[in-house]
Design a protein around this ligand. Structure first.
Ligand code: ZN
Length: 148
């Protein structure tokens, strides 16, 4: 006869963050990889249509734009400097290429980047992705009496 111990405080199984990021970048549920992650360009679904994983509590917030700005800034500024150093473009060509490239790259990278951030949050069990209800942040009430 054997005795089995069930430790409820044991850590949950580790999630593969690389796979979750890849699935998020493809616009798929980070849990199953089948259901859609977005219902609009940057609006995530409330729950996965394939596996039911709740996705409403994601908090990507400003991180995807910061990542996109960093990537696009390096490409555009680096390209502009290289063309200035080695090329012979007119000012009109610069005014056409760099703003257009900036807009196209930002639009192309924004959704995959947001999906990747949501996938990472899911893999790290952030913001309720660990199974527990998300913590509600309570802000102290502003004093109306002016310190009295
Ligand atoms: Zn799913």
């Amino acid at each position: 006869m054997s005795v089995q111990y069930h430790d409820l405080s044991a850590p949950a199984a580790e999630r593969d963050w690389r796979q979750a990021i890849r699935r998020g970048m493809r616009g798929r549920c980070p849990h199953c990889g089948e259901g859609r992650l977005f219902r609009a360009f940057l609006k995530p679904v409330d729950a996965c249509e394939a596996c039911g994983e709740a996705l409403y509590h994601q908090r990507a917030d400003d991180l995807p734009p910061y990542i996109v700005i960093t990537i696009v800034g390096h490409i555009v500024v680096g390209g502009l400097v290289l063309v200035e150093k080695f090329g012979d473009w007119s000012m009109g060509m610069h005014m056409l290429v760099w703003p257009l490239l900036t807009v196209v790259l930002c639009l192309a990278l924004m959704q995959p980047t947001k999906g990747a951030v949501i996938g990472l949050q899911w893999a790290l069990r952030m913001h309720g992705f660990g199974g527990s209800a998300p913590q509600v942040e309570v802000q102290p009430a502003a004093s109306r009496t002016g310190g009295q």
